[in-house]
Design a protein around this ligand. Sequence first.
Ligand code: HEC
Length: 265
Amino acid sequence: MHDPAVVDGLLAKHAAATDPVLKNKILTALARLYTREAAYDGSWWWGTKPDTRGPYYKPIRWGKSADIEKRFRDVWAAAATDQKAFLTYLANKHRMNLEGIGEVEKTGGKKEKTIGEISIEDIMLALDKLKGDPAKGREIMKTQACAACHSIAENDPKRGPDLNNIGATLDREAIAEAILKPDAGIAPSWVDVTTKDGTTLQGTLAEKSETQIIIRNIAGIPTTLKPADVKDIQTSASTIMGPHLMDALTMNQFADVISYLHSLK
Ligand code: HEC
């Protein structure tokens, strides 16, 4: 459908047609072709959650949108009132966002968007500009479920990788990515241990010395092994941290959290 030749053909037909009914039919077809669905790249699906047309639809302009827009504006400039009403109807129905012809959807809106509604790329760009307030971030962290798996204060029970020193090893971007895409990079301390008798354990490497190896599972329960019994210790291939934990925060709150976590060193 979204073939440039189809659009060129319709534009030529529209220019040549004299019957107003036919002309409007062609405009309807052009309005439908104005946006196309973006290829799904995995980064934005939750950004369209409030959209009633389904989770995988993201209308974007494509190569021929500008030509279609120009035709709409030319027709608009010469149109009588009822024809203008028709163009407005088409522009709104197909969400063309044509300033001056139909409604323009506000991208910011009044309500501040939440992390779950912003693509990871945009979050990273925004994070670059927002300093964030560590004191506020500290308060926000108290309302999050992170402590179920992580020690944040020095004397929290030890479970998953410690966050109380996270700013020393990860920069702001890496901390944000660890939260938004937990399985994109696995913390080096989160390991799979294979013993010589073939057992595998997943957990945080709490100690590795000449005399003992200690693995804490996510419940904080330690297993102590003798180095002689251990065949292999490797960064785990998988995490158990879910990706949408901070989706309900606003961008500013998220920046506060990142600044707080980054200050822990
Ligand atoms: C269900 C348990 C669980 C919860 C809840 C959880 N995490 Fe994690 N998290 C893990 C595990 C396991 C790892 C190690 C594997 C990995 O890198 O994903 C990890 C890794 C991380 C890392 C990277 C650590 C490093 O050393 O590289 C960060 C940062 C992090 N989590 C932050 C958070 C924050 C912030 C929250 C709260 C919004 C949170 N986590 C909630 C289990 C959890």
